[in-house]
Design a protein around this ligand. Structure first.
Ligand code: EPZ
Length: 424
């Protein structure tokens, strides 16, 4: 728990290498359970969601060694198939252990993951798919008690291309008897990364990155050495901070084909981009950000919902009026009220946000309600005139490794004051 203290008005500029992707790392960590072997994962981000996930693996009986950005996970022996309720409550992505444990042990027990600040976050699509694959699910006192005698390959249609549901189905289908076809599957890069890792473990999967993924179940998976790709959302976050503060940025570690929709919006605001090679991006912001644009979030390759709070922050300084429609989560505008405390002009109507650009933002005391809201407020604070206090560092640290050090390295005046017994 802590507060970022930011003196705004300095450019965020220079050269930076994005860290490993949170949303790629978490399903890969769960997938390690499927091999009764050793996996070595490189470029692991040092973020609290990864720490929590490694703790779950240890509680299940796995051996975990973490050296810098390399994690070694030995899953030969596991002693439990129960996930601690507290962990599931804190971190929704622990639902991915359901598929992995069922694939490994044919049983799993974990609390029903709660919602969070951005929405209800149901798991009906996960559970409906598992039942079609032969899983018996008992739900008592918000505990999911699941077991399966024969994992049956089958055809599954997802009414919504849910990232988590696609990942969870993959984690079970790789060990199924027969073939599973996932229709209307999620196409996000993080799903593609999971498939690449599972394939490195010996899985037979085809069609990742398209809306139809076919899995031929196998009886055994082995360990693998794998590198977590760079985090496209972290990359978009730093591009946002640089564009808002007028800094030129060189970002390394990105995958070009993942950044299309994000760069398109930044381009419409007047930013200029040049790919130096396949993973190095140069960005030069305009003197004045251009507005009069509409952003609609959606499943990949549309504009990612995780970048929506950052885009809102950026557009508060864009000349003209902009509209953002958030079609993925029902409550993902918590940053709007906080940005208005910094002088932004944002009006919310249902899932739409209307933003009228202002000449400048001013420092204020604001609070993050979730991970990307916190990142958006930090970008605004770096661009604002004066000092801002951004409470809720525990949310930001879930997905960004020492973001205060990263922004300081790029020229920002920001420090993190840890809360001591309730006081900052
Ligand atoms: C993943 O969440 C990401 N999290 C989210 O990133 C990201 O915003 C989201 O995908 C969309 O891209 C991780 O990868 C750990 P969904 P997930 O299932 O899997 C509805 C961040 O900031 N739905 O694609 O939970 C759901 O309510 C986080 O890094 C059902 O109705 O997303 C939502 O409206 C935030 N039933 C929509 O689908 C289900 O069974 C998208 O959810 C599952 C989902």
């Amino acid at each position: 728990m802590g507060t970022y203290i930011v003196q705004g008005g300095r450019r965020i500029e220079g050269e930076f290498c994005v860290r490993g992707s949170k949303n790629a790392a978490l399903p890969v960590l769960a997938a390690c359970l499927l091999a009764e072997d050793v996996c070595v994962l490189e470029n692991m981000p040092q973020i609290t969601d990864v720490v929590q996930t490694l703790e779950i693996l240890q509680e299940l009986g796995c051996r975990v060694d973490w050296d810098g950005r390399t994690v070694m996970i030995d899953t030969k022996q596991i002693s439990s198939f129960v996930i601690d309720n507290d962990k599931v409550g804190k971190m929704r992505s622990s639902i991915l252990f359901l598929g992995a444990l069922l694939g490994r042990e044919k049983q799993a027990k974990l609390a029903y993951p709660g919602g969070c600040a951005i929405g209800r976050r149901p798991i009906d699509l996960h559970l409906a798919a598992f039942q079609r694959m032969g899983v018996e699910i008992l739900e008592e006192n918000c505990i999911l008690d699941c077991k399966v005698s024969r994992i049956a390959g089958t055809q599954i249609y997802l009414p919504f291309p849910s990232v988590g549901a696609t990942e969870n189905i993959l984690l079970l289908a790789v060990k199924a008897e027969g073939v599973t076809l996932i229709r209307n599957a999620a196409k996000e890069p993080e799903v593609v990364t999971l498939v690449r890792f599972l394939r490195a473990m010996g899985a037979e999967i085809y069609g990742e990155g398209t809306s139809s993924i076919l899995v031929e179940g196998v009886s055994h998976l082995h360990g693998a050495v794998f590198t977590i790709p760079g985090d496209r959302i972290e990359g978009g976050t730093f591009l946002c901070a640089a564009a808002m503060t007028g800094g030129k940025l060189c970002l390394r570690g990105l995958e070009r084909e993942q950044m299309g929709a994000v760069l398109e919006v930044w381009r419409m605001c007047g930013c200029r981009f040049l790919w130096e090679d396949s993973d190095t991006l140069l960005m030069e912001p305009p003197k004045c950000l251009r507005g009069d644009l509409t952003i609609v979030t959606g499943p990949f390759p549309a504009f990612p919902t995780d970048m929506q709070p950052l885009a809102m922050s950026l557009l508060t300084l864009a000349k003209g009026s902009c509209m953002i429609s958030e079609t993925v989560f029902e409550a993902r505008f918590s940053q709007a009220g906080e940005l208005c405390r910094m002088g932004a002009d944002i009006r919310i109507s249902g899932r739409n946000a209307l933003i009228h650009g202002v000449d400048k933002l001013h420092g204020a005391e604001v609070s993050a309600g979730d991970l990307r809201c916190g990142a958006a407020l930090l970008c605004a604070a770096l661009a604002a005139e004066g000092v801002s206090l951004v409470h809720g560092s525990e949310y930001v640290e879930r997905g960004y490794e020492s973001i205060e050090n990263a922004f300081s390295f790029l020229g920002g005046d920001i420090r993190l004051q840890e809360e001591r017994n309730g006081y900052v």
